[in-house]
Design a binder for this molecule. Sequence first.
Ligand SMILES: [Zn+2]
Ligand SMILES: [Zn+2]
Length: 122
Amino acid sequence: MSDPGDDLTIGQLLDWAGYPDTHQAATCTDPDCPGCMFCAGGLWGCQVCGGLEGGMPTQCPGRAMTPAEADDVYAGRRDYRLGAWTAVPSVHCPAGRDQTESIYEAWLHAHPSQSDTTRGNP
Ligand SMILES: [Zn+2]
Ligand SMILES: [Zn+2]
C-alpha cells in the first residue's frame, strides 16, 4: 500500500476525516513462533473484530464480526463507522480504497501550505 504523503499515514488521514482508527492491532504472542501471518507475513489485523487488511471495517465495531459481516466488509457492502453499520464500502476494502485518495485531496485543500515540502520554512 502506498502512503499518500511523506509523513501522513492513512491512520492520520482517517483521524482528520473524523474516523479515528479504533482497531486494536493483532500481534503474535508466541515467542517461539516459527513465522505466522502476523510476525512473518506482516499481516495487519484487529484482535477485537477479527478484521484483516481488506476485510477491515473503517472503525472497529468493538466485537468480533460474524463471518457474514466480514464477507460483506470485504465485498464493500458494509462498513462500521461513527458507531453504526452502514451500507458503504470500508476505506480498507478493495472497492473503497479510493476514499483515502479523496480524503487526502480534501486534506491538501485544508492544508495548502503542506502541498509542497517543508523545505525553506523558517
Ligand atoms: Zn508469529
Ligand atoms: Zn477491529
